[in-house]
Design a protein around this ligand. Structure first.
Ligand code: AMP
Ligand code: MG
Length: 349
Protein backbone atom coordinates (compact mmCIF):
# COMPACT_ATOMS: atom_id res chain seq x y z
CA UNK A 1 0.00 0.00 0.00
CA UNK A 2 1.30 3.48 -0.84
CA UNK A 3 0.83 5.58 2.28
CA UNK A 4 -0.60 9.09 1.78
CA UNK A 5 1.04 11.95 3.65
CA UNK A 6 -0.82 15.04 4.85
CA UNK A 7 1.14 18.03 6.14
CA UNK A 8 -1.03 19.89 8.65
CA UNK A 9 1.82 21.49 10.59
CA UNK A 10 1.02 25.02 9.49
CA UNK A 11 -2.54 24.87 8.19
CA UNK A 12 -5.33 22.33 7.99
CA UNK A 13 -6.14 22.03 4.30
CA UNK A 14 -9.93 21.79 3.88
CA UNK A 15 -9.85 19.53 0.83
CA UNK A 16 -7.43 17.11 2.47
CA UNK A 17 -9.43 17.27 5.70
CA UNK A 18 -12.56 16.11 3.85
CA UNK A 19 -10.54 13.35 2.18
CA UNK A 20 -9.28 12.13 5.57
CA UNK A 21 -12.75 12.16 7.13
CA UNK A 22 -14.15 10.23 4.18
CA UNK A 23 -11.33 7.68 4.38
CA UNK A 24 -11.98 7.08 8.09
CA UNK A 25 -15.69 6.62 7.33
CA UNK A 26 -14.81 4.18 4.54
CA UNK A 27 -12.83 2.05 7.02
CA UNK A 28 -9.26 3.16 6.41
CA UNK A 29 -6.69 3.60 9.20
CA UNK A 30 -4.74 6.83 9.40
CA UNK A 31 -2.14 8.02 11.90
CA UNK A 32 -2.84 11.36 13.58
CA UNK A 33 -0.99 13.75 15.90
CA UNK A 34 -2.06 14.40 19.48
CA UNK A 35 -0.48 16.26 22.38
CA UNK A 36 0.80 12.97 23.88
CA UNK A 37 2.11 10.72 21.07
CA UNK A 38 0.90 9.93 17.54
CA UNK A 39 -2.14 7.64 17.37
CA UNK A 40 -3.26 5.16 14.72
CA UNK A 41 -6.98 5.64 14.35
CA UNK A 42 -9.99 3.78 12.99
CA UNK A 43 -13.75 4.38 13.16
CA UNK A 44 -15.03 2.84 16.41
CA UNK A 45 -18.13 1.52 14.62
CA UNK A 46 -16.17 -0.39 11.95
CA UNK A 47 -14.74 -3.71 13.20
CA UNK A 48 -12.91 -4.42 9.96
CA UNK A 49 -11.14 -1.08 10.16
CA UNK A 50 -10.16 -1.73 13.78
CA UNK A 51 -8.69 -5.10 12.85
CA UNK A 52 -6.45 -3.34 10.34
CA UNK A 53 -4.84 -1.43 13.25
CA UNK A 54 -3.89 -4.68 14.98
CA UNK A 55 -2.43 -6.07 11.76
CA UNK A 56 -0.45 -2.96 10.86
CA UNK A 57 1.08 -2.67 14.34
CA UNK A 58 1.41 -6.42 14.94
CA UNK A 59 -0.47 -5.76 18.16
CA UNK A 60 -1.74 -8.60 20.39
CA UNK A 61 -5.53 -8.89 19.97
CA UNK A 62 -6.26 -8.60 23.70
CA UNK A 63 -4.53 -5.22 24.08
CA UNK A 64 -7.36 -2.63 24.04
CA UNK A 65 -7.45 0.73 22.25
CA UNK A 66 -8.54 4.16 23.47
CA UNK A 67 -11.59 5.97 22.08
CA UNK A 68 -10.81 9.54 21.02
CA UNK A 69 -13.68 12.03 21.12
CA UNK A 70 -14.10 15.67 20.17
CA UNK A 71 -17.04 16.65 22.38
CA UNK A 72 -19.20 15.46 25.28
CA UNK A 73 -22.11 14.31 23.08
CA UNK A 74 -19.77 11.67 21.71
CA UNK A 75 -18.99 10.45 25.24
CA UNK A 76 -22.70 9.94 25.96
CA UNK A 77 -22.85 7.65 22.92
CA UNK A 78 -20.14 5.39 24.33
CA UNK A 79 -20.75 4.79 28.01
CA UNK A 80 -23.46 3.56 30.38
CA UNK A 81 -22.86 6.14 33.07
CA UNK A 82 -20.49 8.90 34.09
CA UNK A 83 -19.55 8.55 37.78
CA UNK A 84 -19.49 11.81 39.74
CA UNK A 85 -15.74 11.83 40.22
CA UNK A 86 -15.17 11.04 36.56
CA UNK A 87 -17.21 14.14 35.70
CA UNK A 88 -14.94 16.22 37.92
CA UNK A 89 -11.87 14.85 36.09
CA UNK A 90 -13.51 15.60 32.75
CA UNK A 91 -14.28 19.18 33.79
CA UNK A 92 -10.71 19.67 35.03
CA UNK A 93 -8.51 17.82 32.55
CA UNK A 94 -10.36 17.50 29.21
CA UNK A 95 -9.33 18.19 26.57
CA UNK A 96 -5.97 16.82 27.73
CA UNK A 97 -3.69 13.82 28.34
CA UNK A 98 -6.05 11.87 30.61
CA UNK A 99 -7.81 8.64 29.57
CA UNK A 100 -10.75 7.62 31.73
CA UNK A 101 -12.00 4.02 31.86
CA UNK A 102 -15.81 3.72 31.82
CA UNK A 103 -18.27 0.84 31.56
CA UNK A 104 -19.03 0.61 27.84
CA UNK A 105 -22.56 0.50 26.50
CA UNK A 106 -24.03 -2.23 24.30
CA UNK A 107 -23.45 -0.48 20.99
CA UNK A 108 -19.68 -0.74 21.33
CA UNK A 109 -18.38 -3.97 19.83
CA UNK A 110 -16.01 -6.46 21.42
CA UNK A 111 -13.48 -5.75 18.70
CA UNK A 112 -13.36 -2.10 19.75
CA UNK A 113 -12.67 -3.03 23.40
CA UNK A 114 -10.56 -6.16 22.85
CA UNK A 115 -13.28 -8.15 24.59
CA UNK A 116 -13.47 -5.99 27.74
CA UNK A 117 -16.67 -4.62 29.25
CA UNK A 118 -14.91 -1.31 29.79
CA UNK A 119 -13.78 1.41 27.41
CA UNK A 120 -10.98 3.95 27.79
CA UNK A 121 -11.94 7.39 26.46
CA UNK A 122 -10.10 10.64 26.08
CA UNK A 123 -10.56 14.05 24.46
CA UNK A 124 -7.20 15.01 22.93
CA UNK A 125 -5.91 18.56 23.13
CA UNK A 126 -4.57 19.03 19.61
CA UNK A 127 -6.21 21.17 16.94
CA UNK A 128 -5.66 18.72 14.07
CA UNK A 129 -7.29 15.67 15.63
CA UNK A 130 -9.96 17.76 17.36
CA UNK A 131 -10.96 19.24 14.00
CA UNK A 132 -11.21 15.80 12.41
CA UNK A 133 -13.32 14.38 15.25
CA UNK A 134 -15.70 17.32 15.42
CA UNK A 135 -16.04 18.17 11.74
CA UNK A 136 -16.41 14.51 10.74
CA UNK A 137 -18.50 13.67 13.81
CA UNK A 138 -16.14 10.72 14.17
CA UNK A 139 -15.12 8.67 17.19
CA UNK A 140 -11.77 7.02 16.55
CA UNK A 141 -10.23 4.18 18.51
CA UNK A 142 -6.45 4.29 18.52
CA UNK A 143 -3.32 2.94 20.14
CA UNK A 144 0.04 4.62 19.61
CA UNK A 145 1.11 4.70 15.94
CA UNK A 146 4.19 2.48 16.23
CA UNK A 147 5.05 -1.18 15.72
CA UNK A 148 4.10 -2.93 18.96
CA UNK A 149 6.94 -2.90 21.49
CA UNK A 150 8.94 0.00 20.03
CA UNK A 151 9.10 3.47 21.62
CA UNK A 152 5.94 5.48 20.90
CA UNK A 153 6.17 7.98 18.03
CA UNK A 154 6.39 11.67 18.88
CA UNK A 155 7.03 12.94 15.33
CA UNK A 156 5.55 12.16 11.92
CA UNK A 157 8.90 10.71 10.90
CA UNK A 158 8.76 8.16 13.74
CA UNK A 159 5.37 7.00 12.46
CA UNK A 160 6.67 6.79 8.90
CA UNK A 161 9.74 4.81 10.04
CA UNK A 162 7.45 2.18 11.57
CA UNK A 163 4.32 2.19 9.42
CA UNK A 164 5.08 3.51 5.93
CA UNK A 165 3.41 1.20 3.43
CA UNK A 166 1.31 -0.45 6.15
CA UNK A 167 -1.35 2.22 6.68
CA UNK A 168 -3.59 4.32 4.44
CA UNK A 169 -2.30 7.67 5.64
CA UNK A 170 -0.15 9.64 8.07
CA UNK A 171 -0.97 13.20 9.16
CA UNK A 172 1.92 15.45 10.19
CA UNK A 173 0.97 17.77 13.02
CA UNK A 174 4.47 18.56 14.25
CA UNK A 175 6.20 17.29 17.38
CA UNK A 176 4.10 16.06 20.30
CA UNK A 177 4.16 18.40 23.30
CA UNK A 178 3.90 15.81 26.07
CA UNK A 179 6.00 13.01 24.57
CA UNK A 180 4.54 10.07 26.51
CA UNK A 181 1.11 8.43 26.42
CA UNK A 182 -1.85 9.68 28.44
CA UNK A 183 -2.41 8.93 32.10
CA UNK A 184 -5.06 6.20 32.37
CA UNK A 185 -7.40 6.17 35.38
CA UNK A 186 -9.99 3.47 35.93
CA UNK A 187 -13.21 4.98 37.33
CA UNK A 188 -15.35 1.81 37.16
CA UNK A 189 -14.54 0.44 40.64
CA UNK A 190 -15.07 1.68 44.20
CA UNK A 191 -11.86 3.68 44.10
CA UNK A 192 -10.11 5.43 41.21
CA UNK A 193 -7.01 3.51 40.10
CA UNK A 194 -4.17 4.69 37.87
CA UNK A 195 -3.40 2.00 35.28
CA UNK A 196 -0.77 4.01 33.41
CA UNK A 197 1.01 7.12 34.70
CA UNK A 198 1.44 10.07 32.36
CA UNK A 199 2.07 13.80 32.59
CA UNK A 200 -1.08 14.25 34.65
CA UNK A 201 0.17 12.81 37.94
CA UNK A 202 -1.49 11.03 40.83
CA UNK A 203 -1.05 14.21 42.85
CA UNK A 204 -2.86 16.22 40.15
CA UNK A 205 -5.80 13.80 40.23
CA UNK A 206 -5.93 13.62 44.03
CA UNK A 207 -6.16 17.37 44.26
CA UNK A 208 -9.50 17.13 42.43
CA UNK A 209 -11.09 13.88 43.64
CA UNK A 210 -9.23 12.74 46.75
CA UNK A 211 -7.59 9.34 47.16
CA UNK A 212 -6.39 7.70 43.95
CA UNK A 213 -4.75 4.28 43.99
CA UNK A 214 -1.93 3.04 41.81
CA UNK A 215 -2.37 -0.34 40.17
CA UNK A 216 -0.20 -2.93 41.87
CA UNK A 217 1.44 -3.95 38.63
CA UNK A 218 2.98 -0.47 38.38
CA UNK A 219 4.69 -0.84 41.74
CA UNK A 220 7.64 -3.12 42.27
CA UNK A 221 8.63 -5.76 39.76
CA UNK A 222 6.94 -6.49 36.46
CA UNK A 223 5.80 -9.98 37.41
CA UNK A 224 2.49 -9.00 39.05
CA UNK A 225 -0.67 -9.93 37.15
CA UNK A 226 -1.55 -7.06 34.85
CA UNK A 227 -4.98 -5.54 35.40
CA UNK A 228 -5.32 -4.35 31.83
CA UNK A 229 -4.08 -6.68 29.09
CA UNK A 230 -1.99 -3.96 27.55
CA UNK A 231 0.07 -3.66 30.68
CA UNK A 232 1.76 -7.03 30.32
CA UNK A 233 3.50 -6.61 26.98
CA UNK A 234 7.01 -5.50 26.12
CA UNK A 235 6.95 -1.77 25.59
CA UNK A 236 8.91 1.28 24.54
CA UNK A 237 12.07 -0.71 23.86
CA UNK A 238 14.70 0.49 21.38
CA UNK A 239 16.96 -2.04 19.62
CA UNK A 240 19.78 -1.11 21.97
CA UNK A 241 20.04 -2.64 25.42
CA UNK A 242 19.18 -0.03 28.02
CA UNK A 243 21.06 0.21 31.34
CA UNK A 244 19.53 2.48 33.99
CA UNK A 245 22.08 4.57 35.92
CA UNK A 246 21.68 6.21 39.27
CA UNK A 247 21.59 9.97 38.96
CA UNK A 248 25.28 10.91 38.55
CA UNK A 249 26.18 7.31 37.78
CA UNK A 250 29.47 5.77 38.88
CA UNK A 251 31.96 6.26 36.02
CA UNK A 252 34.09 3.24 36.97
CA UNK A 253 31.03 1.05 37.02
CA UNK A 254 30.00 2.21 33.56
CA UNK A 255 33.47 1.61 32.16
CA UNK A 256 33.70 -1.80 33.79
CA UNK A 257 30.37 -2.75 32.25
CA UNK A 258 31.38 -1.57 28.78
CA UNK A 259 34.59 -3.57 29.08
CA UNK A 260 32.74 -6.71 30.15
CA UNK A 261 30.34 -6.28 27.24
CA UNK A 262 33.31 -6.04 24.87
CA UNK A 263 31.50 -3.43 22.82
CA UNK A 264 32.92 -0.62 20.70
CA UNK A 265 32.69 2.70 22.59
CA UNK A 266 31.16 4.25 19.47
CA UNK A 267 28.20 1.91 19.91
CA UNK A 268 27.48 3.14 23.43
CA UNK A 269 25.45 6.20 24.34
CA UNK A 270 25.17 8.12 27.58
CA UNK A 271 21.88 9.93 28.20
CA UNK A 272 22.03 12.28 31.15
CA UNK A 273 20.52 15.37 32.66
CA UNK A 274 21.92 18.76 31.72
CA UNK A 275 23.13 19.51 35.26
CA UNK A 276 25.33 16.38 35.26
CA UNK A 277 27.41 17.11 32.15
CA UNK A 278 30.44 17.97 34.23
CA UNK A 279 30.10 14.80 36.30
CA UNK A 280 30.46 12.67 33.14
CA UNK A 281 33.15 14.82 31.49
CA UNK A 282 35.89 12.24 31.95
CA UNK A 283 33.82 9.37 30.58
CA UNK A 284 35.15 8.74 27.09
CA UNK A 285 31.95 7.89 25.29
CA UNK A 286 31.55 9.84 22.04
CA UNK A 287 27.74 9.77 22.09
CA UNK A 288 26.59 11.91 24.99
CA UNK A 289 22.99 13.05 24.76
CA UNK A 290 21.23 15.55 27.01
CA UNK A 291 17.78 14.43 28.11
CA UNK A 292 16.71 17.73 29.67
CA UNK A 293 17.00 19.56 32.94
CA UNK A 294 16.59 17.94 36.36
CA UNK A 295 14.48 20.86 37.51
CA UNK A 296 11.92 20.48 34.71
CA UNK A 297 11.35 16.80 34.01
CA UNK A 298 8.66 17.63 31.43
CA UNK A 299 11.42 18.35 28.92
CA UNK A 300 13.14 15.02 29.56
CA UNK A 301 9.84 13.19 29.22
CA UNK A 302 9.14 15.00 25.95
CA UNK A 303 12.55 13.97 24.60
CA UNK A 304 12.77 10.41 25.94
CA UNK A 305 11.20 8.37 23.12
CA UNK A 306 12.77 10.53 20.41
CA UNK A 307 16.23 10.02 21.90
CA UNK A 308 15.72 6.25 22.21
CA UNK A 309 14.75 6.17 18.53
CA UNK A 310 17.70 8.39 17.58
CA UNK A 311 20.02 5.90 19.27
CA UNK A 312 18.67 3.14 17.03
CA UNK A 313 19.31 5.27 13.96
CA UNK A 314 22.90 5.83 15.17
CA UNK A 315 23.36 2.07 15.53
CA UNK A 316 23.84 2.29 19.30
CA UNK A 317 23.96 -1.10 21.03
CA UNK A 318 24.09 -0.05 24.68
CA UNK A 319 22.37 2.95 26.25
CA UNK A 320 23.31 4.19 29.70
CA UNK A 321 20.61 6.55 30.98
CA UNK A 322 20.03 8.36 34.27
CA UNK A 323 17.14 7.57 36.57
CA UNK A 324 14.90 9.98 38.49
CA UNK A 325 13.19 9.92 41.85
CA UNK A 326 9.93 7.98 41.49
CA UNK A 327 7.58 10.74 42.58
CA UNK A 328 5.22 12.98 40.66
CA UNK A 329 6.35 13.17 37.04
CA UNK A 330 9.37 11.07 38.03
CA UNK A 331 7.02 8.13 38.57
CA UNK A 332 5.82 8.40 34.96
CA UNK A 333 9.35 8.85 33.59
CA UNK A 334 10.61 5.79 35.48
CA UNK A 335 7.59 3.75 34.38
CA UNK A 336 8.56 4.20 30.72
CA UNK A 337 12.27 3.91 31.37
CA UNK A 338 12.00 0.68 33.36
CA UNK A 339 9.96 -0.90 30.58
CA UNK A 340 12.37 0.32 27.91
CA UNK A 341 15.19 -1.21 29.97
CA UNK A 342 13.28 -4.33 30.95
CA UNK A 343 14.16 -3.33 34.54
CA UNK A 344 17.89 -3.56 33.86
CA UNK A 345 19.79 -1.41 36.38
CA UNK A 346 23.53 -0.96 36.19
CA UNK A 347 24.93 -2.21 39.49
CA UNK A 348 27.88 -4.04 41.01
CA UNK A 349 27.16 -7.67 40.32
P1 AMP B 1 -1.41 2.47 23.75
O1 AMP B 1 -1.70 3.93 23.95
O2 AMP B 1 -0.74 2.16 22.45
O3 AMP B 1 -0.63 1.89 24.89
O4 AMP B 1 -2.78 1.70 23.78
C1 AMP B 1 -3.80 1.99 24.66
C2 AMP B 1 -3.58 1.43 26.03
O5 AMP B 1 -4.70 1.82 26.83
C3 AMP B 1 -3.57 -0.08 26.14
O6 AMP B 1 -2.27 -0.58 26.06
C4 AMP B 1 -4.18 -0.37 27.50
O7 AMP B 1 -3.17 -0.50 28.47
C5 AMP B 1 -4.98 0.86 27.82
N1 AMP B 1 -6.43 0.62 27.80
C6 AMP B 1 -7.28 0.90 26.81
N2 AMP B 1 -8.53 0.55 27.12
C7 AMP B 1 -8.49 0.02 28.34
C8 AMP B 1 -9.46 -0.55 29.22
N3 AMP B 1 -10.75 -0.63 28.89
N4 AMP B 1 -9.03 -1.00 30.41
C9 AMP B 1 -7.74 -0.90 30.75
N5 AMP B 1 -6.78 -0.38 29.98
C10 AMP B 1 -7.14 0.07 28.79
MG1 MG C 1 1.36 1.87 22.47
Amino acid sequence: MKTKYYDFQEIIDEVQLDEIIKAYKDGEVIAFPTETVYGLGANIYNDQAIKKIYRAKNRPADNPLIAHIGNMEQLYKLVEEIPEKAQILIDTFWPGPLTIIFKKNKEISEVATAGLETLGVRMPDHLVIETILVKGDLILVAPSANISGSPSPTTMKHVADDLDGLVYGIIDGGNCDEGIESTIVDMTGDNPVILRPGTITREDLEEEIGKVEIDESLLGASTKIARAPGMKYKHYAPNAKVHILKNRGDLDLILKKIKSLDVDLNKCALINFDENIEHYRKLEIPNKIILGSIVDLRVGIRNLFRILRDCDILGIEHIFIEDYKEEGLGFSYMNRLKKAANHNYLKES
